[in-house]
Design a protein around this ligand. Structure first.
Ligand SMILES: Nc1nc2c(ncn2[C@@H]2O[C@H](COP(=O)(O)OP(=O)(O)O)[C@@H](O)[C@H]2O)c(=O)[nH]1
Ligand SMILES: [Mg+2]
Length: 198
């Protein structure tokens, strides 16, 4: 098999709901997870770009659906608003739920959701809510355990084994380990994305 070539990517637009989404009928892969879990870093790593998706030390800032065009028409990546940032006031939390749940409910081209989980923290209560929403709206999803470089190889494998059964029982189609710092897991995740787009 020839070496995998990372597709080109460009930011398209941000919007609060799918009525304002890009009109091109392309399949979508969405990325979800807690604020600060490493969503923007993962998207940048996948696309081999430094700053395509904004990474920030100030979590909770992105409240919109962010669309990226991948491979000039292969698909859209949709960066969903991060959840669970304590300092976000109640009204904004409701806004978040509306944006994310509305997207999961209404999108007609969503092929798979990549749910990011910090490998050190496992499945938190808020992640559980997200998993519930994915199952409510019958969405296919896979889990990516991020920031793997923060653990030793032994601890990382141990965590992955623990999480695998739990996530599979909750409906995850795959569980992958990732480090955006080292691009560890990149080819495996691309393979899953390509499978989802088939
Ligand atoms: N060590 C390490 N740090 C990461 C990784 N992914 C993200 N980070 C850091 O975690 C923080 C939050 O990342 P960001 O991508 O902005 O998270 P987002 O809020 O989910 O989009 C930043 O300081 C990143 O540099 C990773 O794989 N390894
Ligand atoms: Mg982000």
């Amino acid at each position: 098999m020839p070496a995998f070539k990372i597709p080109e990517a460009e930011f398209v637009l941000s919007c609060p709901d799918i009525t304002h989404a890009p009109k091109r009928p392309l399949p979508e892969i969405a990325f979800a997870g807690r604020s600060n879990v490493g969503k923007s870093s993962l998207i940048n790593s996948l696309l081999n770009r430094q700053r395509l998706a904004l990474t920030s030390r100030t979590p909770g800032k992105t409240r919109l659906l962010n669309y990226f065009l991948i491979g000039r028409g292969l698909c859209y990546f949709v960066d969903l608003p991060g959840y669970g940032f304590a300092r976000v006031p109640g009204a904004t939390k409701a806004e978040w739920a509306e944006t994310v749940e509305g997207y999961l409910r209404d999108s007609t081209r969503l092929e798979s959701v990549v749910l990011l989980l910090d490998i050190r923290h496992g499945l938190t209560a808020l992640d559980e809510q997200m998993v519930d929403a994915l199952s409510t709206y019958h969405r296919r999803w896979l889990a990516v355990l991020t920031k793997a470089d923060k653990l030793s190889v032994a601890a990382r494998d141990q965590r992955a084994r623990e999480m695998f059964g739990l996530l599979a029982s909750r409906g995850a189609q795959a569980v992958l380990i990732y480090s955006s710092l080292h691009h560890h897991g990149r080819e495996a995740l691309w393979q899953k994305i390509m499978d989802a787009l088939e």
